[in-house]
Design a protein around this ligand. Structure first.
Ligand SMILES: Cc1cc2nc3c(=O)[nH]c(=O)nc-3n(C[C@H](O)[C@H](O)[C@H](O)COP(=O)(O)OP(=O)(O)OC[C@H]3O[C@@H](n4cnc5c(N)ncnc54)[C@H](O)[C@@H]3O)c2cc1C
Length: 389
């Protein structure tokens, strides 16, 4: 075996592995090698994610990518089975529930119009209707809530592992190794990668799917990819007084989100702070920023017991908070799928399908995600997503 192949994918998280899987499932016959530096995925974002999938976005491309993701996850267990063993991902279609004050409700008008035009089942509930949905909630301060019953959440680690297993079963090779630099040839085309070990692998197509680390990798060929590591903390607690109603992924007025994790509950809040590779979580953050909102929202959360926490990185695009998915006209063979800013798990099926089509066919067929091309930064046509959690 020489160190050459047809497609190199740098990063074997949910996005890289979805691309690898889709390529093979779509009939690609070349040699595909995924380089993943950490086979146990200790710091990868995917296993640290909250596992949510929702159609309630403010941009058409994101709604459509989630709709595609829902279709894929609905059949995932069977489609991704290997050797007759189903790919269990614990997908719970319990919906998303956004609790709103007057100002938030007024601001959602255009978004609701968009969602309905795109066929999303979305209901505006009065405070009393919200309480009938989850009797454990306090609703007296709410103007309304928005409920999308077809959305839900799943186990992100199992989703990623299912893609890895299925991709391998279809012939994809996973090689343990850190990609130190991308390589171009004299004409400027993509030529391969150099690993930290010094080993060189050649391929005419290289996909950068390194998540929060993808901006750093892109800089090795001087391409400015606006993706930075944005730390986020998640907490798991025993509510003490159990919430009997199976919780939708509920987003409080304060921005704190919570959902069931078995009999426990996990909660967090999207934070925008300094960009850094930081995996520390603080009990004080929970006590000061999360618990007060939880306790106010439900008496069941007043005497909760915090059990554990963790921190992971958003692959954050500070320019317009959206995925970046496409090739580069001026660097033939270079593709990126990154920058998902908190929604990369749910958009991994669509991103994988799109990159597979771009590589195999040179065009998008299934879903038009051209709005997410990095070309948008050059021409100033940003796709600003307001509904970031
Ligand atoms: C706390 C939290 C909650 C989230 N909640 C949700 C949610 O509810 N729903 C949702 O859709 N998304 C959510 N996300 C976002 C989602 O987790 C990410 O967008 C998604 O997992 C990104 O997948 P990825 O494969 O690009 O990145 P990763 O999973 O990070 O995979 C990238 C891989 O690349 C490897 N790598 C990096 N650099 C190199 C290199 N140079 N050489 C070789 N390998 C390399 C890493 O080891 C890693 O395994 C959340 C994220 C966090 C942190």
């Amino acid at each position: 075996m020489t160190n050459s192949c047809d497609v190199i994918i740098a990063g074997g998280g949910v996005v890289g592995s979805s691309i690898a899987y889709n390529l093979m499932a779509d009939g690609f016959t070349g040699r595909v090698v995924v380089f993943e530096r950490d086979p146990v995925y200790e710091h990868a974002s995917t296993p640290r994610s909250a596992g949510g999938i929702r159609q309630v976005f403010s941009t058409e491309v994101n709604v459509r990518m989630s709709q595609y993701g829902l279709e894929v996850f609905q059949r995932f267990e069977e489609d991704m089975a290997v050797g007759g063993e189903a790919a269990r991902i614990d997908f719970k279609r319990r919906g998303y529930l956004f609790l709103l004050n007057d100002r938030m409700l007024a601001a959602m008008g255009n978004q609701l119009t968009l969602l309905r035009r795109l066929g999303v089942r979305v209901e505006v509930l009065t405070p009393q209707e919200t309480k009938s949905l989850i009797p454990e909630l306090r609703v007296d301060d709410l103007a309304a809530s928005v409920y999308s019953p077809d959305d839900g959440y799943m186990d992100p680690y199992s989703v990623m592992q299912a893609y890895v297993r299925k991709a391998k079963s279809l012939g994809v090779e996973y090689v343990r190794g850190q990609v130190a630099a991308l390589m171009r040839d004299e004409q400027g085309r993509m030529a391969g990668v150099r690993l930290e070990s010094g080993e060189v692998w050649r391929a005419p197509v290289v996909v950068n799917a390194c998540g929060a680390w993808s901006g750093d990798l892109s800089r090795t060929i001087g391409v400015d990819l606006p993706v930075a590591p944005l730390p986020q903390q998640v907490f798991c607690f025993d509510p003490g007084d159990p919430v009997q109603t199976p919780l939708p992924l509920t987003v409080d007025v304060s921005g704190v989100y919570f959902r069931h994790e078995g009999r426990k509950v996990i909660a967090g809040r999207g934070e925008v702070g300094a960009f850094r590779y930081d995996f520390g979580w603080q009990k004080a953050t929970f006590e000061q920023k999360i618990w007060p909102s939880l306790a106010e929202r439900s008496p069941n959360f007043e005497r909760l017991k915090l059990e554990r926490g963790w921190a992971g990185l958003y692959d954050y695009n500070p320019v317009d908070h959206n995925g970046i998915v496409d090739g580069y006209d001026d660097i033939p063979g270079y593709y990126v799928a990154t920058g998902f800013s908190g929604h990369g798990l749910q958009h991994a099926p669509a991103a994988g399908k799109a990159v597979s089509e771009l590589i195999r066919l040179g065009r998008l067929e299934t879903l038009d995600v051209s709005a997410l091309s990095p070309e948008r930064f050059r021409v100033g046509q940003l796709v600003v997503e307001d509904a970031i959690i």
